[in-house]
Structure formats: structure tokens, C-alpha cells
Design a protein. Structure first.
Ligand code: MSP
Length: 485
């Protein structure tokens, strides 16, 4: 059986989740669900990056004496939010867990034995928001361009990883594999960055009572990024990952540092790194530290989980930034999910139920019917092609187009006036509605399940889509998939 392993970044716990963090979770959830439907043995991993110095400061600010206690409290908040959003992750890793620490120690051991770790002095600029040393050229008016704060000048004794040794190998791998980093614009940027020359990376910090002690020097702890990236190796039987989904702000760590680390440890490389853009508010990244974050729990309560997930896939082309606006979310919900799909589903099943109780058989396959059947098959093929190119917004556009066609077909048949058209109107419209529901299943899992269950189609394989899979005689029980807000 083919397998599919997808990961989200693991999140810092100095704050609670925001709609910005919903973005990668939703993309991974959709990919995982799609691959499960396609019959692949799928693993979806997410979790928390807890060993950061930010955690210590946040615990202090929150007035919690024990940092571990603070971490446990925060972990509960993240887990409960993701549960509320009904994500289908197979595991939830926390970097304070022993199972993670032991993988990190083994990994460190391999790199150390390879001779790729040495002691040195680092002098440079450190951005606490990035948890990383930054280059002068990354600053805007002296501030980190992402966190809008000046980095601190640091001079420390650290251990270094010989990243520069792997520069050519990393570059060669990226150049030989055009789909390794997506989208292409990000790939070009990474290639250019590598060509400027890679420095060795400091991978330890002075010990501060938190984090994973450096196995060869207890006065130091492992730098949080070196530790965090290794989380992806946790489900051993699924490695290498098929896709690391990451924000563009952390693409370099994944496309360069992580690849160098894996080459050094002689571990297989992941198959792809998919870098997405940001949800912005008035053009600025949505984030707690910038004070413009929105609570996903609030949104889920008001609009429902599926509407949020749909919006993530529908609103922004993958890789680009796009403004998050509640108004637009409501608009998509009302005009596409309610007025188009839900309307088609409800009107065709309720009309059919009133007249026949169950799905009637088609009477004749005329020109209009043939056109609709061809459109169903074509839409399935287009959706497959588009999702494989991460063009989710286009895929959803095609599904909504099919739904519109279904509505138009039903409307044109006027089955309420022309009784002789009733069988065909119901049979084909219900089948279009069912196809829309199955094609939407990776993106709006809850409504899709409600729709398909009501037709007695339980756990359908993806391959059913594109066909007239709801058979005559199926009992009809109309349900409202979405309510207008
Ligand atoms: N802990 C590191 C990741 C380590 S992965 C081995 C980290 N954490 S984070 O909590 O700051 O961010 C996690 C992810 O959330 C990043 O990929 C980031 O791009 C993403 N997002 C945070 N705000 C976002 C938006 N406003 N929009 C889209 N994604 C955003 O970085």
C-alpha cells in the first residue's frame, strides 16, 4: 500500500493559536484527507515547539513558576483548539516529551561522530522572535523584517554545525528536483540564497534550565531549531515525509538547515517542502505579537469549522499572501457553500423525497443529460490535476462550477411544472450534489460526510467521484448542509 506522510511546523507556545496558525493545519488536514480518500496509508503529524527561550519568558509573564507547568497548560489550549477545528492529525508531538529528546540525542550523536560539530565563538545579531541569528541584509531600518524589533548583538561560545560543508550537495539536490521546493518562486529565492554562500550554524546556547542539554557539554543546550526540526523523524515507519508544509518565513530552515542536517546524519531527505504565504490583516502578517490576531475558537463558533477550512483553500492561491477578513469569509459561506452547494443538495433531495421517497431512475439520456454527465467526469479529472499542483483555489472553483451546473440543470427542467421531467431532474441533480460532496470531502469534511451519509454512501473512495454513484432506489433524506449567516 502506498503511504503519505505530511507535517505542519510545530508551534511555539508563548501564545495561544491564532487564525494564522490555522492556515498550515488546514492545508495539511486537507492533504491528509485527500490521500486517505485516495487509499494511501496516511500519517499527519503536528505538535508544539516547546524548548524555546520564549517559553521561559512567557511563563514568567504569565506568573507561572514552573516552566513545565506553563508548557502543559499551553499544550492543553492548543490541543483543544485543534480538536474544536476537527483536524485529523494522527499524532501530536511535544518537544518536551522523552520520545522526542531521545531521537534528538541519537541524531546529534550521528552528526557529531561524522565530525560535523565544532566549538567556536559566535558574534552577531540575534532575533528572539526568529530564535535565530540574522544577517544585516535581512533587516529593515535596523529591525527584523518579520518581528519589527531590533535584534540583539550577541557574542557567545557555541557549538557549530558545518552547514557550509553541505552547500554544494544541498544546491545540487534542489536543482535536480524541480518539485522539491514549491512554489517555484520560493525555490528560486532559496537557490539564490545558497549561492550567496552558507555559513556554519551555531547549534547550541548557554544552558538556562530549559531545553535539551547538549550531549557533549552540559553547560549548553541544543539550539531550538536544531531540536525542533528533528520532530519530523518521530513516526519512523513513515519517514521520509512526502510533504513538509511550512510558512515562507521558515522555509530557509527547512530547505537548507534541515537538509544539511539530514545529509550529515545520512538520513533520507523529505520528498517536498511546500511553502505557503501568510494570512495578513491590512497587508501585515496576522500574528499575536503584532496585535492583529483572531481567535479560531471564536470563528469556529460563529461560522462553523467547514466554512473556515473552505476559506483557507479558496481565498488565497497557495504560496501567496492574502488578507483575512471576516466579511469575505461570510460572503464565501453565503454565496458558495449555502446558495450554491447546500441549495443544490437540499432542493434536489427534498423535491425527490416528496415525489418519490427514494431516488428515481433516469428516464432518458438526452443532450443536456449527456453534457452534465461529461461535466461530472471532467470536474473530477480537473480537481485531481489541480490539487496535485497545489492549486486548491482553482480546484474549488471547478467544484463550485459543477454545483452551479447542477442547479441550472434542475432549474431548466422545471420539475414542479413539468411532471414528465421530474425523474431526470432529481436523478441527475442528486448525483451532481453527491459528486460535489465527495470532491469537497478533503476541504469541508463535516458537511461532506453529512451529505454522503444521508445518501447511504459511507466512506466512499475518491475513485467514485466522476461517476453517477448514487443509484436509483436510494432512500432520500434531505439535510441542510450550511445555514446562511
Ligand atoms: N516553532 C517554529 C517552527 C518549527 S518547525 C520545526 C515556528 N513556530 S510559529 O508558531 O512561530 O509558526 C508556525 C507556523 O505558523 C509557521 O510556518 C508560520 O509561517 C505559520 N504562521 C504564523 N502566522 C501565520 C499567518 N498569519 N499566516 C499563515 N501562516 C502563519 O516558526
Amino acid at each position: 500500500m502506498e503511504s503519505f506522510y505530511v507535517t505542519t511546523p510545530i508551534f511555539y507556545i508563548n501564545d495561544v493559536p491564532s487564525v494564522g496558525h490555522v492556515y498550515p493545519l488546514t492545508i495539511c488536514d486537507g492533504l491528509a484527507r485527500l490521500n486517505r480518500l485516495r487509499g494511501k496509508k496516511t500519517f499527519f503529524l503536528t505538535g508544539l515547539d516547546e524548548n524555546s527561550v520564549k517559553t521561559i519568558a512567557a511563563a514568567k509573564k504569565a506568573g507561572v513558576e514552573s516552566v513545565q507547568e506553563y508548557a502543559d497548560e499551553m499544550a492543553e489550549k492548543w490541543v483543544s483548539t485543534w480538536r474544536k477545528l476537527e483536524y485529523s492529525n494522527d499524532d501530536f508531538i511535544r518537544t518536551t516529551q522523552e520520545r522526542h529528546k531521545s531521537v534528538v540525542r541519537d541524531f546529534f550523536d550521528k552528526v557529531y561522530k561524522k565530525g560535523d560539530i565544532y566549538k567556536g565563538v559566535y558574534e552577531g545579531l540575534y532575533c528572539e522572535g526568529c530564535e535565530a541569528f540574522v544577517r544585516e541584509s535581512d533587516l529593515e531600518d535596523g529591525n527584523c523584517a518579520l518581528h519589527l524589533k531590533p535584534p540583539k548583538a550577541l557574542k557567545e561560545q557555541n557549538y557549530f554545525f558545518k552547514l557550509s560543508k553541505y552547500q554544494e550537495q544541498i544546491l545540487e539536490h534542489i536543482e535536480k528536483n524541480p518539485l522539491f521546493i514549491q512554489p517555484a518562486s520560493r525555490r528560486r529565492e532559496i537557490i539564490n540564497f545558497i549561492k550567496e554562500g552558507l555559513d556554519d550554524t551555531s547549534i547550541s546556547r548557554p544552558a538556562n534550565g530549559w531545553g535539551i542539554p547538549l550531549p557533549i557539554d552540559e553547560k549548553q543546550v541544543i539550539w531550538v531549531w536544531f531540536d525542533a526540526l528533528i520532530n519530523y523523524l518521530q513516526p519512523k515507519e513513515f519517514w521520509p515525509a512526502d510533504a513538509h508544509v511550512v510558512g515562507k518565513d521558515i522555509a530557509r530552515f527547512h530547505c537548507i538547515t534541515w537538509i544539511g542536517m539530514l545529509l550529515s546524519a545520512a538520513i533520507e531527505l523529505p520528498k517536498s517542502i511546500l511553502a505557503h504565504g501568510f494570512f495578513t490583516v491590512n497587508g501585515q502578517k496576522m500574528s499575536k505579537s503584532l496585535g492583529n490576531a483572531i481567535d479560531p475558537n471564536y470563528l469556529a463558533g460563529k461560522y462553523g469549522v467547514d466554512a473556515i477550512k473552505y476559506f483557507v483553500f479558496r481565498e488565497i492561491p497557495f504560496g501567496e499572501d492574502g488578507d483575512f477578513s471576516e466579511k469575505e469569509l461570510k460572503n464565501r459561506l453565503n454565496t458558495e457553500l449555502v446558495a450554491n452547494w447546500s441549495n443544490l443538495f437540499y432542493r434536489s433531495t427534498s423535491f425527490g423525497q416528496k415525489l418519490f421517497g427514494k431516488l428515481p431512475g433516469p428516464k432518458a439520456e438526452g443532450g443536456e443529460e449527456k453534457k452534465l454527465v461529461a461535466k461530472i467526469a471532467l470536474t473530477k479529472a480537473q480537481v485531481d490535476e489541480l490539487v496535485d499542483k497545489n492549486e486548491f483555489h482553482h480546484a474549488l472553483e471547478k467544484i463550485m462550477e459543477l454545483s452551479s451546473e447542477g442547479n441550472k440543470f434542475f432549474q431548466d427542467k422545471k420539475p414542479w411544472e413539468l411532471r414528465e421531467n421530474a425523474e431526470d431532474a432529481v436523478f441527475y441533480a442528486v448525483n451532481v450534489a453527491a459528486n460535489v460532496s465527495l470532491l469537497m470531502a478533503p476541504f469541508t469534511p463535516s458537511a461532506s460526510k453529512t451529505a454522503l451519509d444521508s445518501l447511504g454512501v459511507v466512506n466512499p473512495p475518491w475513485g467514485l467521484a466522476g461517476t453517477l454513484f448514487v443509484k436509483p432506489g436510494t432512500p432520500l433524506a434531505p439535510v441542510m448542509l450550511f445555514k446562511k449567516i
